[in-house]
Design a protein around this ligand. Structure first.
Ligand code: SF4
Length: 463
């Protein structure tokens, strides 16, 4: 374990980095002081709080150097596959090939936050008719137009069908600008009819076998396209090996989440946990390094839990968080207000569940894709959230709304009502734009009130 755990500023991280270097701590090839990323325009970094461990430094550096890695992949002749919307399926296939690297152009939705709107991506989307009535994923359009945030992919893949209206419209607008997109269809997950064969998917949802077969046929088309792109056959053994590696990431995250959400003292801040979870989606363009980074983070967390130390007060309110935040600083704010994260559903829980290793590999990936919480009903999603709240012992729920997101209009209410009916715990909804500065006092007040409510509910009722 490194120094006593605490949250520190970017400035303090630079001092800490020098200390680590002087002590001879090894650095990965993408290592270095965190503040060097400011020169890329990532100004939000100045306003965040960070975990002070070497493991967290490595995690942040991996995240903030992805663009460099993609350019290196291009320079070394590897094919770059832009995978859109499925959040965790196609990358498992792409990374099973020697000559391909996959990333999510959708990840551009955090650029307006990290660069504090300095990149002008939302304005470009506006000029293309995709205005603020769409969710911040529209920043992706600006990133394609400027070409300044990731190399243009050699192949673009996007799931359609049971996806949100926002993404469908944005991806269609993107195709209108020139890039060719390989579309694949994801059906709306439904309950099997009495006469249909049912399949229990990773994570526990159930779907008819014929839907699994249909998704498998769609993935077969992507497999063929990947083989043509790379000139390499994606044999079942290779795909099975890719699934085993993905499961290594998922098992590591599962242990990390369990420790982080259930330890008596919170061993690792919410922001680092959010980033760690995101690595499951496409391995931040380096699968092997993702496994190494998560393993080091898990070792740090285990050591802290063993030593009964953590980064927050022991009585922090245990909060379950629904949806990712467009402004990363809000994860810090929750902790500043006296809360801690004890459970999350960031729209990609299917990327955290292990992929079955006892099924043929394409079949297993089809099952995983159908387990996406966003391709079924909001009731399904709410049931899974309730199960995880009980598992992690959360005392309240924050549903973080995403401005413009079509699914957020009603889904929050459905989830909130089901959680309150089944578990009788407080639920609030807040809206988090890419930069919350102007509404920070309001968000703070709501979070403080929730923490106070949780504490009041812990007090014994006077007789
Ligand atoms: S509306 Fe929601 S699910 Fe759709 S792209 Fe935006 S954040 Fe993702």
């Amino acid at each position: 374990m490194s120094d006593a755990p605490k949250r520190i500023t970017l400035e303090q991280w630079d001092l800490q980095y020098e200390k680590l270097r002087a002590a001879g701590a090894p650095q990965p090839y993408y290592g270095g002081p965190l503040s060097r990323h400011l020169k890329d325009g990532d100004r939000r970094l100045l306003k965040l709080s960070y975990d002070n461990s070497a493991a967290a430094l490595r995690l942040w550096n991996l995240l903030l150097t992805e663009e460099d890695r993609l350019h290196e992949a291009r320079a070394s002749g590897r094919k770059i596959v832009g995978t859109m919307k499925d959040l965790g399926t196609v990358p498992v296939m792409a990374y099973s090939l020697k000559n391909a690297v996959a990333f999510y152009p959708d990840g551009a939705w955090w650029i307006p936050c990290v660069m504090e709107l300095g990149a002008g991506l939302l304005e470009i989307a506006d000029s293309l008719g995709i205005d603020e009535s769409f969710c911040p994923v529209r920043a992706m359009l600006g990133a394609f137009v400027t070409g300044a945030h990731f190399p243009l992919p050699d192949m673009l893949v996007c799931s359609v069908g049971a996806t949100c209206d926002d993404f469908s419209a944005i991806a269609q607008r993107l195709e209108g600008l020139g890039p060719e997109i390989l579309w694949w269809e994801m059906p709306h997950r439904r309950e099997p009819e009495p006469d249909e064969i049912a399949v229990t998917l990773p994570g526990g949802f159930v779907a008819p076998k014929r839907q699994v077969e249909f998704v498998k046929s769609q993935l077969q088309g992507i497999k063929t396209a990947l083989e043509e792109l790379t000139g390499e056959r994606l044999y079942a053994e290779k795909l099975s090996e890719g699934i085993r590696k993905a499961n290594q990431v998922r098992r590591c995250l599962s242990e990390l989440r369990h420790l982080a959400f259930t330890a008596q003292r919170c061993p690792i801040p919410a922001l680092e946990m959010l980033i760690a979870e995101m690595l499951a989606i496409h391995f931040c363009s380096d699968r092997q390094e993702t496994i190494a980074v998560l393993t080091e983070l898990l070792d740090e967390v285990k050591a802290r839990v063993q030593a009964e130390v953590g980064v927050l007060e022991v009585d922090a309110a245990r909060i379950f968080w629904v949806n990712p935040v467009a402004d990363l600083q809000v994860m810090n704010l929750l902790e500043d207000c006296g809360g801690r994260i004890c459970g999350t559903e960031y729209l990609f829980s299917h990327a955290l569940d292990e992929v079955p290793e006892d099924s043929p590999p394409l079949d297993a990936l089809a099952q995983m894709a159908l387990a996406d919480p966003m391709v079924g009903s909001s009731i399904d999603r709410a049931q899974r959230i309730c199960a995880d709240i009980s598992l992690f012992g959360a005392e309240a729920v924050v549903i973080s709304r995403i401005g413009g997101a079509s699914h957020c209009a009603l889904e929050g209410q459905v989830i909130g009502e089901i959680v309150q009916d089944e578990l009788d715990i407080p639920v609030i909804e807040i809206e988090v734009p890419p930069v919350t500065d102007s509404m920070r006092p309001t968000v703070r007040t709501r979070l403080e009130a929730l923490v106070e409510t949780v504490r009041a509910r812990r007090r014994p009722v006077p007789k």
